[in-house]
Design a protein around this ligand. Structure first.
Ligand code: ATP
Ligand code: MG
Length: 386
């Protein structure tokens, strides 16, 4: 097997890899870009591993006219931009000390060392510039079987970095074989090490959970997380019942909507989502539990929020979506309230004007946006001919 994707034959990748070979050095593509290319799924970022030390990577890049940014130079990472394309170049590393959250690393000359400190066999595949695979830990059979398997001893891997528990479920959600299920040894090790999750920062947990919930079909992974006790350790009181229904009702994949289906959590405290995600979560939960019609939500918040709330309510109340929902949402999202404050100024002012405007808008929404300008002005005590 070889990597033949367009990114590896691009002039940016070719020039970058020549920079190493011309200097008599070795470099390999690694991780997600190799894994995803072999699985024929889109690649998000390009990571390169090399024995070359970061300071020398900077020198080589500058000598080739590439922009080199020392993004994480103390732990070995330099971002090199070639033809506008960023490559994350990281020097081979070896863990010398781990505490379950972060590791003390030393640079290494051996690719094998670099492979052994990664998480799953399918994430420790390397590719040369010509696309040929280097597979020091025999990850290819796992990749082909879509089996997410810890490198070496699962328990030990997890104790080095408890985030790997979440990554195990995340990678299964994205790339695992649901029929075969999750690797039993990995699953047992996750269940055994749940207490370690409390060591992790909210940011890391939140980011992993959002990635997991962004998979197109995360149900099996979430069910396994639930059975292993991981879900409740992260989100106390979480329940998967509505979540499983939601995935059959949802209009589009949105991790925040899925999170809202799992329960009501103080997401800001537990996960430290972005401000925008936190606001979206609160709005979803408030609307899902509130009395506003989907029509009103579509009018006020737009189509997406209306679909999301409709799907959440259907999941919570175990009722299918209404067949007329699509037409109703389309109409409501386009509706324009025909009356403005100015139209009422001759008769109303101050708070009374605001109240009248709101009352009229409510009546108009309840009419299914059918009340006309004239009918609304009549309600306001005007004959509408103004
Ligand atoms: P994605 O497409 O989601 O970016 P990825 O495999 O590139 O997938 P990253 O989180 O970007 O995932 O990590 C890049 C690589 O670094 C992984 O493939 C893995 O080899 C290694 N890695 C990242 N995080 C860890 C970790 N916590 N423990 C061990 N290895 C890790
Ligand atoms: Mg990546």
């Amino acid at each position: 097997m070889r990597v033949t994707s367009s990114w590896i034959t691009s002039s940016a990748a070719t020039r970058l890899m020549s920079m190493f070979s011309n200097a008599g050095e070795e470099a390999f593509f690694v991780g997600g870009c190799v894994r995803n290319s072999l699985m024929n799924v889109p690649v998000s970022d390009l990571d390169v591993s090399t024995s070359v030390r970061p300071e020398r990577v900077m020198e080589l890049a500058k000598a080739c006219g590439f922009n080199a940014i020392p993004t994480g130079i103390e732990h070995g990472t330099v971002t090199v931009v070639a033809d506008g394309e960023p490559f994350e170049i990281t020097t081979f590393r070896k863990d010398v000390e781990t505490d379950g959250r972060r590791a003390v690393v030393v640079f290494s000359d051996r690719l094998e060392d670099d492979a052994h400190r990664r998480d799953f066999t399918m994430n420790a595949l390397y590719a040369r510039a010509d696309g040929t695979i280097v597979d020091p830990l025999v990850g290819l059979p796992d990749l082909l079987a879509r089996r997410v398997r810890f490198i070496d001893d699962a328990n030990q891997r997890i104790r080095e970095d408890y985030l790997r528990i979440l990554r195990f479920f995340r990678f299964h959600a994205w790339y695992g074989d649901d029929d075969a299920g999750l690797d039993p040894e990995g699953l047992a090790a996750c269940a055994q090490n749940i207490e370690g999750l409390s060591n992790l920062s909210k940011e890391r947990v939140g980011a992993e959970l959002i990635k997991l919930l962004s998979a197109s079909e995360p149900e099996r992974a979430v069910a396994a997380m639930d059975h292993a006790g991981v879900l409740n350790a992260l989100l106390p009181g979480a329940s998967t019942k509505a979540f499983f229904l939601l995935t059959s009702f949802e209009h589009s994949v949105d991790p925040i909507v899925r999170l809202a289906a799992l329960g009501r959590f103080d997401v800001a405290k537990i996960l430290r989502l972005s401000k925008q995600q936190g606001r979206q979560y609160e709005a979803l939960r408030t609307y899902a539990e509130g009395a506003e019609t989907i029509r009103e939500i579509a009018y006020r918040e737009g189509k997406k929020m209306a679909w999301d709330v409709a799907a959440l309510r259907a999941a919570f109340f175990e009722q299918p979506l209404d067949a007329s929902l699509s037409a109703e949402i389309e109409k409501a999202a386009k509706a324009k309230f025909p009356v403005s404050a100015q139209d009422l100024m001759a008769d109303f002012s101050g708070p009374a004007l605001g109240t009248m405007l709101r009352d009229l808008e409510r009546a108009w929404i309840e009419s299914g946006f059918r009340l006309t300008y004239g009918e609304l002005m009549k309600k306001a005590g005007r004959d509408g001919s103004v």
